[in-house]
Design a protein around this ligand. Sequence first.
Ligand SMILES: [Zn+2]
Ligand SMILES: [Zn+2]
Length: 359
Amino acid sequence: MKAIVYHGPGDVRLEERPEPEPGPGQIRVRVATAGICGTDVGEFVHQPHFFPIEGQHPHSGHLGPTVPGHEFSGWVVATGPEVSGFEQGDLVAVGAGVSCGACAPCLAGTTNLCIYYWTVGLHGDGGLAELAVVPVSSALNLAGSPITPDLAALAQPMSIAVHAIRRGRVTEGERVVVIGVGGIGTFIVRAAASAGAAATAVDIDPRRLEVAGRLGASTTLDVSSGGIDEIDGEPPDVVFECTGRPESLIRAVSLVADHGRLVVVGHQPEPVAVDFRQVALDELELIGTQAHVFATDLPIAVDLLAADPGVWAIVAPNVYPLDQVVETGLIPLARGDAGQIKLLFDPALQSPRPFDTGV
Ligand SMILES: [Zn+2]
Ligand SMILES: [Zn+2]
């Protein structure tokens, strides 16, 4: 089968690979649509943090060159032993996070914090290939759903947003600011708007802000030349910091209202000096968010995508063939000039096609 394979920073190739065999509790899917995100770009640009190139991953058991792709959809083509509830031809959305189901965090319902957690496409082979093997615990069966395979490939980033919104306890009528509306912030804007919040999108890229506006941001603020101080009205109840930039996190602490919540979404490359005196005096809450809880967040994500399918083509107007992952995906995303918010790939393609919303 054709597969994209990560060998190291700057070394991602399209290769012929053996077809993966599903083991107990696993299914093999023919990949329909697979996305890449900032995590993949980070691995491409820097040393690998996730792909177990040099040392075996303790939970996945994977070692060596890795097929990326942790945001994808596909059709079931084979089932391994001990699999029920999946038939050949079923469309699935892959949540990608694999949890054990038996440790204390899993039993508490926080499967995203499973002590044996690993992610398909980060710690083991993923979906940027013609075929992928996935544990059924990370595959949501969409058989009978009207959702298209392209939309289903957005379920994973949407569920990250759903989880962040739950962590931030966003409620109707609240004022929300999302700093950085790229591959995750865009979806957070949508999830916040769906929760009935008034979301302000902040970014330096006018094209991203236009997308955020179309997806439900009530206000957009371009900070490419000015500061974030131009946000008018009352201070926000909840701020989502999605850029991972230190100055943005520091600014977010002073931006949020007294008693407000700051949800740290973007990953800071280094520890940041935050003004904890202000956190104390203003009774702020600093909230972390990690991946998503498969059982809770992924079905909500699919519902949000299905609620207004026609709007989603704007985040990924074109879907590309696998051989364009580096040139059209990783390199432009690393430069910050990718032509669309999400870069999606369809292993069956020879040339690009439009995103299929089903509408
Ligand atoms: Zn991702
Ligand atoms: Zn567990």
